[in-house]
Design a protein around this ligand. Structure first.
Ligand code: F6P
Length: 320
């Protein structure tokens, strides 16, 4: 094996730069050449290649985002796009590809594997919705961003006896909302996996304020619906002031946490080692502290990572 390639695809997240750095440095230390494709699969299809050296990845470890840039690329799901991607990789004589991204990006990786390109995926998405890994890249840092924002919010909420609805990312997965609820002491976490009972929430909020509590926080995963409309329902039913905070893309930015940097280093290095062993069509993951590999086919046909019932119960118990 002489040459590898790496790209970041889909929504960016913290730790992508650290993972690219680990992939590049592990490859170079094994005397392999390595090329990066800019803007994810778009760059593969349109040949936006850049040779990577140890210097190209200096000073990026602590930066959020991805210096290779990323894109969502519907073209990759068409036969023409896939063919163009294969041709680019062949033109560059790439013998192994590392794809860093979420489930859509892993689907592209599986399609390339099926076309005979050796490829390994690194799960990277703040949603933590990818199965067969306890954590994806970016999740820990996103949670740290959320708790910083909610801690600030509680100060002002308490000064005014207000209830705040805080909208986190997570189109189909409530992981961020549930874990943030535990870490921030929120009263409720509304998540797409489980229908919520507005009457019960209102009764609880009313009871809390009657008991003299000066704030209430309700985490709302974006997949549940607009925090604004839930806030209005609560205001109409309970009568006290509600406010919302939509955290949006703020959650995806900033310097990666220690956890994400180390996870990125482990994932990046193990992925290169796996390609060198001749493995392909797999996703690296973390299970009980150990690095694991799972067939992409299995990852992508098992549905999204289910919500952890123990965490959910804990959020409910502690939110009284
Ligand atoms: O999948 C990651 C994610 O951050 C989701 O939580 C969110 O719904 C989506 O990406 C936002 O995508 P975009 O950055 O394309 O608006």
């Amino acid at each position: 094996m002489k040459k590898l390639a790496v790209l970041t695809s889909g929504g960016d997240c913290q730790g992508m730069n650290a993972a690219i750095r680990a992939v590049v440095r592990t490859a170079l230390s094994a005397d392999l050449n390595i090329v990066g494709f800019q803007k994810g699969y778009y760059g593969l299809i349109h040949d936006l290649a850049e040779p990577l050296t140890t210097r190209s990845v200096s000073g990026i470890l602590q930066r959020g985002g991805t210096f290779l840039q990323s894109a969502r690329c519907p073209e990759m799901h068409s036969p023409g796009g896939l063919e163009a991607a294969v041709v680019t990789l062949q033109r560059h004589q790439v013998e192994g590809l590392v794809v860093i991204g979420g489930d859509g990006s892993l689907r592209g990786a599986l399609a390339l594997h099926a076309r005979g390109i050796p490829v390994i995926g690194i799960p990277a998405s703040i949603d933590n919705d990818i199965p067969f890994t306890d954590m994806s890249l970016g999740v820990d840092t996103a949670l740290n961003n959320i708790i910083h924002a909610v801690d600030c919010l509680k100060d002002t909420a308490s000064s005014h006896d207000r209830a705040f609805l805080v909208e986190t990312m997570g189109r189909k997965c409530g992981y961020l909302a549930v874990v943030a609820a535990i870490a921030c002491g929120a009263e409720h976490a509304l998540i797409p996996e489980i229908p919520y009972d507005i009457e019960a929430i209102c009764a609880n909020l009313k009871r809390r304020f009657e008991e003299g509590r000066d704030n209430s926080i309700i985490m709302v995963a974006e997949g549940v619906g607009q925090a604004q409309s839930i806030a209005e329902q609560i205001k109409d039913k309970v009568g006290f002031e509600t406010r919302i905070m939509v955290l949006g893309h703020y959650q995806r930015g900033g310097s990666p946490s220690t956890f994400d940097r180390v996870l990125a280093a482990r994932f990046g290095a193990s992925t290169v080692e796996a390609l060198r062993r001749g493995e392909s069509g797999k996703m690296v993951g973390l299970s009980c502290g150990k690095v694991t590999f799972t067939e992409l086919e299995k990852v992508l046909t098992s549905g999204l990572r289910p919500i952890d019932q123990v965490l959910l119960q804990l959020a409910q118990i502690l939110g009284i």
